[in-house]
Design a protein around this ligand. Sequence first.
Ligand SMILES: *Cc1c(COP(=O)(O)O)cnc(C)c1O
Length: 354
Amino acid sequence: MKMFSVSTIIRENIKHLRPYSSARDEFSGRAAVFLDANENSLGNALDNEYNRYPDPHQQLLKKAISRQKNIPAENIFLGNGSDECIDLLYRCFCNPGIDNVVICPPTYGMYEVSADINDVQLRKALLLENFQLDIKAINGLIDDKTKMIWICSPNNPTGNCINVNDIKLLLCNFNGLVVIDEAYIDFAKQASLVNDLDIYPNLIILQTFSKAWGLAALRLGMAFASAEIITVLNKVKPPYNISGTTQKLALEAIGKTDRLKQSMNELAGLRTILQHSLIDTGVVERLYPSDANFLLVKVKDAVKLYDYLLAKGIVVRNRANIILCTECLRITVGTKYENELLIAELINYSKQFL
Ligand SMILES: *Cc1c(COP(=O)(O)O)cnc(C)c1O
């Protein structure tokens, strides 16, 4: 049985880091006069609410998320998009030029880009034919310099959930961090792992406001983990990484959870219709099942179809050059109108070329 402890995997410089203390950190009482942060006391050309620095700890927002997800606020970290969380995890736990991480392609591109930026060696254990984890391959890549295993579930671009038992096997046996990126979990039938944080001290879950919540422009990502891990992330993050506007609007959106549920139901319906109509066009050679708001489809000549759609003003994601996704396109479920436009063009394409 492994012995996991955060203090043994954290980078030495981060362990001893004395974090920046912002003006608002050093004062927690009530005051009427704020002359501590060099803001413009006269305000600005807009409404006067933007001249003060936002809460560096996002306490109101975290409280609301805590209530919504039923996890303590001390287990929540907020980032400027999940992409900031991903980068911070590398910077906190991986020594550049020394440590390595394992990813399972085909998967989200930022795990690799962030590893490259941070000069962290990347080891790849390809998914199996059924897009599930190759546990043997993963275990074969792990050594004492392996700090993290990245798993995306539902996986982008394949759209499927990863078997929970496989994930739990890794959590039990791996002596580093297992990061589960649940960017699409609200679309899935499978439950989130957030309720297992107490069981696994090495579990980190990423979620985002960019997909199901429909707030990609706000740039708000969440990491859920042990209080000890969250403390490390908080030490390293830029003091005011979540803007005041983002905090305010996200708080407002969380108050309207009904809208989220309604939107998930509607998208599930649109996804089913899109799946059927895609098959009916005859363009699709293989349609992969989806637990997300996108579909991975295999076609005869992906690049040709991609270019054709582009010329018609329809942008899909070309995944033809991605390992295990040859001749594949990834298509986001759009509005009813958008999906119908897509299908109409696919029918035209099939008449012309098939
Ligand atoms: C879209 C997406 C994200 C979201 O990133 P943000 O920076 O929060 O917008 C994260 N992970 C995966 C797998 C995604 O597809």
